[in-house]
Each structure stands twice: as C-alpha cells, then as structure tokens.
Design a protein around this ligand. Structure first.
Ligand SMILES: NC(=O)c1ccc[n+]([C@@H]2O[C@H](COP(=O)([O-])OP(=O)(O)OC[C@H]3O[C@@H](n4cnc5c(N)ncnc54)[C@H](O)[C@@H]3O)[C@@H](O)[C@H]2O)c1
Length: 258
C-alpha cells in the first residue's frame, strides 16, 4: 500500500485519466475528493472508490472559478481533516485548427481550463500544505506542451504554460516538503480523443491505429499508464524529485540519440 491513509483531491477526476488515477490511489489505500463539472460521472467515480473500500466524495467545481476552487479545497479538508495529495487532471481539447479559425473565446477557454485553473488550485492549496509541511502534487500537462503544433496553438501554449506554472510553484513549495511534478501524456484513449480528432474522421479506431504506427512502442497509451506514473509522483517513492516532468508517450517525443 503506497498511499495508506492518504487523502487526495483530484480536479478533473470524474472520468478519463483523473478517474483512473483516483481508483488506482484507492487500491493503494487513499481516500479521495473528486472535483469536476460532470456531476453524474463524478458521483459514479466517488461511488466506485467507496466500492473499492476507501472513502470518497464528489464536489461540483469549475476549475476556472477561484471561489469554487477555494470552496472545494476547504470542503475536502473539512470532510477528511487533512489533504496530502492534489492531482490536476482537468482539461479540454479541441479539433485541429489553424490560427485564423480559432476564436478569441475558444483561445481563452482552452487557456483557462488547461493553465489558469492550475494556478487557482495551487493558490487554494498552498497555505494548507505549507502548514502541514507535507504534500504531493501531480499536474497532467501534455507532450503538446513541449512539441509545437501548427493546429493547436492554444492547447499547446496552455500545456507549455502548465509546465512552467508547475515548476515555478514547485520551487516555492520545496522548503515545505511539498513535491510538485508534471506528467506529459502522449496519445491516450479517453473521451477527449474524439475532441482532438478532425470532425471529418468517422472511424476513430482506424484513425488512431494509423497514428499509433508512428509511436515507438506501437500502441496508444491507456489511462492506467498515466495512473501508474501519477502513483509514483504521489507516493514517497518520488520524495527526492520535484519541479520535474515525466513523459508517458510510448517513446514520444523521439529525442534522438545524445
Ligand atoms: N487523452 C489524451 O490523449 C491526452 C493527451 C495529453 C494530455 N491530456 C490531458 O490529460 C488530462 C485529462 O484528460 P482526459 O484525456 O482524461 O480527458 P477527459 O475529457 O476524459 O477528462 C478531462 C476531465 O476534465 C474535466 N473538466 C473539463 N473542464 C473542467 C472545468 N472547467 N472544471 C473542472 N473540470 C473540468 C472534464 O469534465 C473531465 O472529467 C487533460 O488535461 C488533457 O488535456 C490528454
């Protein structure tokens, strides 16, 4: 049990990677608060954690609302009397678009959920983790954050920003025994996969199969691949690693030989 008696708050934990992370944490002894805007899915994830034998609660929370995030952190601490781990998994993806096809509103919304929300969650949680002199924070960014794309300028920029927001915060928190790290997933099959695909794609499996041929490990990633990496950063196995990042992309990006 790598997370025995720990408590986690998973933003964006209703489905996809966030849900898989919360369930993997439960199997390792961790109770969780799930925060999301998808209430039905969030309640189900909380119920499934309880079925796995750990305590859980779902809170409706929009990560772009400073007040909502603060209230969610406060309610989590009120329920569990502590908070050891925070995971930021909230995100939105968009189909490929060139710059003049992206509205200002779309740009703002992508940056708000994929980057600004991280800052708001850090602000809300910092006082508690500083006072406790303990904390493990894991942020899901993306390989898009280190690989410029001509068809996702807002998403890639937000994910790059997410990496830096996370590393800057890690340096502030280091002296409080709080580690803060990023995971950069590659191509992981979730509900978001449909959002990333061009609308003209009718056969998503065939499309993904073709893309997977270009991945060194020759397969798409799964949410369990991400949960395993998140467990490492949430556990004390990673206690000497902070302000760092882990690519989980089956060999992508291919950095070549040194
Ligand atoms: N799927 C991929 O291939 C892939 C690759 C790289 C990075 N990512 C990133 O991984 C993270 C998880 O994505 P996923 O693939 O599991 O997709 P997903 O859509 O299944 O999960 C995203 C979650 O974020 C929640 N969310 C969205 N807006 C929110 C808001 N304003 N407030 C609170 N919650 C909100 C959604 O409701 C959902 O539960 C995202 O940050 C995504 O950008 C995904």
């Amino acid at each position: 049990m790598q997370l025995k008696n720990r408590v986690a708050l998973v933003f964006g934990g209703a489905r996809g990677m966030g849900r898989a992370i919360a369930l993997r944490f439960a199997a390792e002894g961790c109770s969780s608060a799930i925060a999301d805007v998808l209430d039905k899915e969030g309640e189900k994830t909380a119920a499934d954690i309880k079925k796995a034998g750990k305590d859980a609660v779902y809170f409706h929370c929009d990560v772009t609302s400073s007040a909502g995030v603060k209230e969610t952190v406060a309610k989590t601490i009120a329920k569990f009397k502590k908070l050891d781990i925070m995971v930021y998994c909230a995100g939105i993806g968009k189909p490929p678009k060139l710059i003049n096809d992206i509205s200002e509103q779309e740009y703002d919304s992508v940056v708000a959920v994929n980057m600004k929300g991280i800052f708001l969650c850090f602000q809300a949680i910092a006082p508690h983790m500083k006072a406790n002199n303990y904390g493990k924070i894991v942020v899901i960014s993306s390989l898009a954050g280190i690989s410029p794309s001509p068809v996702a300028i807002h998403y890639a920029a937000a994910k790059a920003g997410a990496l830096h927001v996370t590393s800057c915060f890690a340096l502030e928190m280091a002296k409080y025994n709080v580690t803060v790290n990023s995971i950069l997933p590659g191509m992981i099959r979730t509900d978001m996969t449909r959002d990333f695909a061009p609308p003209s794609i009718k056969d998503l499996d065939a499309f993904m199969g073709e893309l997977a041929k270009g991945i060194p490990l020759k397969r798409e990633g799964t949410v369990d691949d991400i949960a395993a990496a998140a467990l490492f950063f949430a556990s004390d196995e990673s206690s000497y690693i902070t302000a760092d990042r882990l690519c989980v992309g089956g060999g992508m990006p291919n950095r070549g030989t040194p």
